[in-house]
Ligand binder design. Sequence first.
Ligand code: NAP
Length: 330
Amino acid sequence: MNRSIIKTRHVNQMTWSIDSIPSQEDKLAFITGANSGLGFDTAKALLKKGATVIAGCRSLEKAEKARHKLIKETNSAKIDVLEIDLADLKKVNKAIDQITTKYKKLNLLVNNAGVMAPPRTISKQGFELQFAVNHLSHMALTLKLLPFIAQQPRGRVVTVSSGAQYMGRINLNNLQGEGNYDRWAAYSQSKLANVMFALELHYRLRQANIDIDSLSAHPGLARTNLQSTSIQANGSGSWQEAITYKLMTPMFQSSAMGSLPQLLAATDQNAKSGEQYGPRFNFKGAPKLCRIAPLALNSEQRCQLWEASDSLIGDYVDISIGKRLLSNKA
Ligand SMILES: NC(=O)c1ccc[n+]([C@@H]2O[C@H](COP(=O)([O-])OP(=O)(O)OC[C@H]3O[C@@H](n4cnc5c(N)ncnc54)[C@H](OP(=O)(O)O)[C@@H]3O)[C@@H](O)[C@H]2O)c1
């Protein structure tokens, strides 16, 4: 298989909406960051279509509030909450064990939760926060859950990236942004890493002949708590960003619209593993198949990032079972 060439197809997704989602009865979905923004709207749409949703949240209090709101807005009570702090790989490990103990299957994993451009912060295990939360923990989650997802036909893993992928660079010599830290470069790196992970997973799944699809999606610009959380974390250091977000108001779409690309990637029967979906007009609009950042097409760098991430995760999360599955060459 030529790993450097991505085949794209032209599909008319202009009219894709929540109404396009097929029935999700009998599907179990796990969504990280489901208490807020895109994760909340993804959970809402899936519940409306009959899925059972596990809302993975770092705060059980926020999770409970979201659960009540979702039940009210969807008339479906098929929602469970699970505490998961992606800034602590040991807690990620524990959350995964809870899933595999409590549930009999998992059809869909949405790697959605994220943090954007805080001042340099360190995760529990000493990794740069954005790299840890946005990328490392989602990779750990996916690899440990992979055999569980593989028990069902046509499982899916959707990893949520950002338009920041197109500006991202992977600094393999300094993944943790030590020294001269640029919080936006670190965000872009983590979001490029999301796409590279989704694509590399796709290739490895196909090579091992495993019936799971891996896709990525990005929301364009969606009005969620992401922007205000970032402003708050940076305090007076981000007053220009606060003004910029206000000026950019017409460019933003709603959280519900922003969640459509990941919903399409998660549910559309014509969406294919290895593809990425985003808004029609880059920042906003109905979802469509979209270009993967050119740097993510570099298979050598994807493999290097995979190996480096694997070695950082391996001490805290037992991903050996997922790795063994992927090493079964078809
Ligand atoms: N909104 C946009 O315009 C935009 C653009 C590009 C990409 N994205 C991506 O979309 C995804 C969802 O973001 P959003 O816009 O919906 O933002 P949001 O409303 O702030 O939601 C982010 C979610 O991630 C959770 N989270 C943050 N740190 C976590 C941690 N350590 N452990 C577990 N969960 C954690 C948050 O939990 P708390 O509520 O507890 O903080 C929240 O549930 C992110 O990956 C983001 O990078 C968004």
